[in-house]
Design a protein around this ligand. Structure first.
Ligand code: ADP
Length: 281
């Protein structure tokens, strides 16, 4: 590459300068994390945080010690969905995660802000630094599966998370619109470029079932999930309906009561994914 600066943290090209493990950071010494799954989307508002929450709820309910790292620093919505509004505690730069009702360990920018409504108006490098500190400075303890709610898109922050945290795989969230399909391809391609396997494609707001007649309506157009998954060799697909009950549970901080069955196939792939333990040594 003619203008390669050899600083791979600012570039996604797969040139000879890149070493696959060079940017990987170890987690806190008191963290033992088996699998880390990034939940990503091409753009905001497609339900990435909801899918992250539902996967974590399913994981914890099935007996896996589960964590959520909310890397969506400027738009954190995980604490609200779980009703976890308390401030995280810590000493000497070490942070203790917050616990949900069912015992999911989580950390989010909102657990560090005195006022949850305060905006985070930082430059990209600081935002990426905060997301990585959630990995290196939080005492996660023993975790079977950690889900990372990624910031949307393919910018600075997702790039440095993808490069610095040893991921077992990614789950890509989309909705059926054409534009989103194009953006999701960018997302899948970024994961491929960085050698992170895409375990599942979750098509959110895929259909609506009429409560009166029981008929399915594809409000945002025909589903493209199966076709996209086939084209990109993604092993599992989920079609999540538009469900006002789900959004109100998330609004009320009671997402742990939501039905997670739509994500069964993707969760099975998460469990099958590679453990990161040996990779870190
Ligand atoms: P993102 O993380 O992609 O920005 P969110 O998960 O925060 O998106 O979802 C955006 C809003 O849409 C939230 O209020 C959420 O509760 C709602 N929502 C997401 N998916 C659904 C769905 N399948 N049915 C109903 N509401 C949904």
């Amino acid at each position: 590459m003619a203008d390669c600066t050899h600083d791979c943290s600012t570039c996604a090209s797969n040139c000879g300068s890149r070493s696959k493990t060079s940017f990987i950071k170890p987690p806190h010494v008191r963290s033992h994390i088996r699998r880390v799954i990034a939940v990503t989307s091409g753009k905001g508002g497609v339900g990435k945080s909801l899918v992250t929450s539902l996967l974590a709820v399913r994981s914890q309910a099935m007996g896996y010690r589960t964590a959520i790292l909310d890397a969506d620093i400027t738009g954190p919505s995980i604490p609200k969905a779980f009703g976890c509004h308390e401030l995280a505690t810590g000493t000497d730069g070490n942070i203790e995660p917050v616990l949900s009702k069912s015992g999911i360990r989580m950390i989010s920018m909102n657990n560090l802000l005195e006022h949850e409504e305060d905006p985070v108006v930082w430059r990209g490098s600081l935002i990426a630094g905060a997301a990585l500190q959630f990995w290196t400075d939080v005492i996660w303890g023993d975790i079977d599966i950690m889900f990372i709610d990624m910031p949307p898109g393919t910018g600075d922050v997702p790039l440095s998370v993808f490069q610095s945290i040893p991921l077992s795989g990614a789950v890509v969230v989309t909705t059926p619109q054409q534009l989103v399909e194009m953006i999701v391809k960018k997302n899948v391609n970024m994961a491929g470029l960085l050698s992170v396997p895409v375990l599942g494609l979750a098509e959110n707001m895929s259909f609506f079932t009429c409560p009166d007649c029981g008929k399915r309506h594809e409000i945002f157009g025909e589903s493209k999930a199966e076709k996209l998954a086939e084209a990109y060799h993604i092993p599992a697909v989920a079609r999540i309906p538009i469900d006002p009950a789900m959004s109100s549970l998330a609004d009320m901080g009671r997402v742990e009561e939501a039905d997670t069955d739509a994500l069964a196939e993707i969760f099975a792939e998460v469990v099958r994914s590679r453990e990161i333990g040996n990779y870190l040594k």
